[in-house]
Design a protein around this ligand. Sequence first.
Ligand code: APR
Length: 254
Amino acid sequence: MDTLKLSEPIRQRVRSAARVVVFSGAGVSRESGLDTFRGAGGLWERMRPEELATPQAFRAEPERVWQWYAWRFRQVAEASPNPAHRAIARLEAVFPFYTVVTQNVDGLHRRAGSRNLLELHGALAHAFCNRCGRNRDMGEAIAESPESPPVCSCGGKFRPGVVWFGESLPEATLAGASDAATSCDLFLSVGTSGTVYPAAGLIELAYRAGACLIEVNPEPTPFSRLMDLCLTAPAGEALPALAEAMERCRWPST
Ligand code: APR
């Protein structure tokens, strides 16, 4: 994307912003070669989420669920952060209070260098016992038992460290994300369809708090009408240009 020229009202909001939230979804990792969930070619177009991403599915078919997450783990291991992840990490140096809140479990924000990161739906890098809660590295668990979930010393089964449909989000993480959304001046929504709650509720919180809202998504979402600016382009193109434009706002002399 060529040099992005922000309107004066947006520039003023960027110049005065102290607290910034970046809220991301699967679309931010699309250009890293990872599928999104919904829309054309999405994972849930080819598989039924209730058969793979629920505690009930894990109880009914632990091998099938485990093998599917092992497949996703390998895809993520072969992927790398793209220019969108890197631009999001780069902006952390521009604003005093900056929080990245992601629905993604791929760990690519962390690998891109984001530090103040809240992973609402957990992380594929971990596994935990579904009886005693003992944590372990997912890669090691898969290497030990690629076809079925390894059994814990307590007799429980290890499962991927992600939040499944019907499960609650980690309380402290959700509370931290809600606080950040409620007190932010600027809220970027990147690569999410905004259809899964309670995560999508963060956009509403930021809107009600009067934050300046910017959306980056090639497609419209249910929240596009609330936005102050919509960049209808792939995140890997839009985010580097947006980061540059924001740096120019904050550091005009550079
Ligand atoms: N750049 C930016 N956005 C993109 C790109 C791209 N290159 N490619 C696709 N998108 C957009 C799509 O238009 C869509 O709006 O990313 C969005 C992806 O939406 P979903 O697949 O619904 O993913 P997400 O919003 O993250 O889903 C939320 O649902 O399945 C659960 O737990 C899973 O965290 C996930 C949650």
